[in-house]
Design a binder for this molecule. Structure first.
Ligand SMILES: [Cu+2]
Length: 144
C-alpha cells in the first residue's frame, strides 16, 4: 500500500469516528458563579440537534460535584419549585434551552473549589438504544 493511500484511509477513518460521536451542538454554555460555601449551582446553555436522529438526554454528571440532576424551574400557584427531569427529548432539528427560570443542570455539593475564570467538566448522558453515550463539555464559570 502506498504511503498516500494509507494517509487517505486514516483520514477517512478518523472522519468516520467523529461521525459516530455526533452530538447536539452546545452554545452559550456557562455555570453561574456562586458565593463560597454554596451547595447548589446551575449550568445553562443551548443544545441544538443538527443531526438526523432524535436525542434523549437522561442524566448529567460532573467530577466537580457529588450530585447532578436535570431540572426545570416552574411556578405553581405562586410557588417556585424545581422539578427533576428524568428524560428530555431533543428531536432532529430542534433545540433545548437551559436558562435561568427554566431548564438547567443542577449541580449540588461541590467537591473542589473553583471560581470565575475556571471551567468545570459536565458530562451529558444520552440514551443510546439499550446503552448510553456521553458528551463531555467544559463549562466556564461566569458571573452574569
Ligand atoms: Cu434545580
Amino acid at each position: 500500500m502506498s504511503k498516500h493511500l494509507l494517509i487517505l484511509l486514516l483520514i477517512l477513518l478518523s472522519f468516520n469516528l467523529f461521525a459516530e460521536e455526533d452530538f447536539p451542538e452546545l452554545e452559550d454554555f456557562w455555570v453561574r458563579a456562586a458565593p463560597p460555601g454554596s451547595m447548589m449551582q446551575a449550568a445553562y446553555g443551548t443544545l441544538t440537534n443538527n443531526t438526523e436522529e432524535d436525542f434523549i438526554l437522561i442524566d448529567a454528571y460532573s467530577p466537580a460535584f457529588k450530585m447532578t440532576e436535570l431540572h426545570k424551574s416552574v411556578v405553581e400557584d405562586g410557588v417556585a419549585k424545581m422539578i427533576h427531569q428524568p428524560k428530555l427529548v431533543i428531536k432532529a432539528g430542534e433545540q433545548l434551552v437551559f436558562k435561568p427560570g427554566s431548564y438547567h443542570v443542577m449541580l449540588m455539593h461541590p467537591v473542589i473549589k473553583f471560581g470565575v475564570g475556571d471551567s468545570i467538566k459536565i458530562n451529558l448522558v444520552y440514551k443510546d438504544g439499550d446503552d448510553k453515550k456521553v458528551q463531555e463539555i467544559w463549562f466556564p464559570i461566569e458571573r452574569k
